[in-house]
Design a protein around this ligand. Structure first.
Ligand SMILES: Nc1ncnc2c1ncn2[C@@H]1O[C@H](COP(=O)(O)OP(=O)(O)O)[C@@H](O)[C@H]1O
Ligand SMILES: [Mg+2]
Length: 217
């Protein structure tokens, strides 16, 4: 299962609240038919509700969900009131489980700034980011606060997708990743621009509205 030639993929989806980040991530996970497995952290039940798919709360649910290709983890059953502990545990579980599933897999953490800071990040999440590649595990992170992320994430980002974003610090952070701040400050809701951090390759689109969403790459 371990493929040392696989390319690293860490996608950061930034944008102010209500601009379309979660919609984008879910659409991506639904549309990418190559994915063998999607692991979603879902502490508030939003993802499960929006997808219309059941969340996994128990160890039995987790084990059974793998075969479906979707594991939407609700930490409130196994770790009531202990989200930080649950998050570290889930990332470690995803990392271990990824080794047992062939093919491309992705870990989605929505509003990841809640689970790390500029100075700290769970070791198990850092492991998924830094060495997920060898297990064909990509990471997708959404955040309304790109400036609150740990370097373990920002140093590894391969693609930055930005919806409308405001605030000097937030804009400075996406600029470091190659996204022109002047462009994203003026985007309409649902509209995004994306930059490949190594390639500089640009694309853009919108999720809803008059122009249908499209990628130009
Ligand atoms: N088809 C649509 N047309 C216009 N607005 C939409 C559509 N679908 C969702 N929205 C709006 O998008 C916003 C939520 O998008 P979401 O992806 O949850 O944003 P974020 O994750 O960035 O907060 C909500 O305000 C919702 O009403
Ligand atoms: Mg959201």
């Amino acid at each position: 299962m371990i493929d040392y030639g696989a390319t690293r993929a860490v996608t950061l989806v930034a944008g102010s609240s209500g601009t379309g980040k979660t919609s984008f991530c879910l659409r991506y996970l639904v549309n990418d038919r190559r994915l063998a497995w999607r692991a979603l952290w879902d502490a508030d039940g939003q993802l499960s509700a929006r997808l219309g798919l059941p969340a996994a709360g128990t160890a039995e649910d987790l084990a059974a969900s793998i075969e479906d290709g979707w594991t939407i983890f609700d930490p409130n059953v196994l770790f009531p009131g202990r989200h930080a502990e649950a998050f570290a545990w889930f990332c470690a579980w995803v990392w271990q489980t990824a080794a047992t599933i062939p093919g491309p897999k992705v870990l989605l953490v929505d509003e990841v700034w809640r689970y790390c800071s500029n100075v700290s990040i769970p070791q198990s999440l850092a492991e998924c980011i830094q060495t997920g590649r060898v297990r064909h595990l990509s990471c997708m992170f959404a955040t309304q606060r790109p400036n609150r992320l740990n370097e373990a994430i920002t140093n590894e980002v391969t693609e930055c997708v930005s919806f409308r974003l405001q605030g000097t610090n937030a804009l400075a952070r996406v600029q470091e990743l190659g996204v022109p701040p002047g462009e994203v400050a003026g985007l309409a809701p649902g509209q995004w621009v994306s930059v490949g951090c190594q390639t500089g390759k640009r694309s853009s689109g919108r999720l809803w509205g008059s122009v249908s969403g499209s990628r130009t790459d």
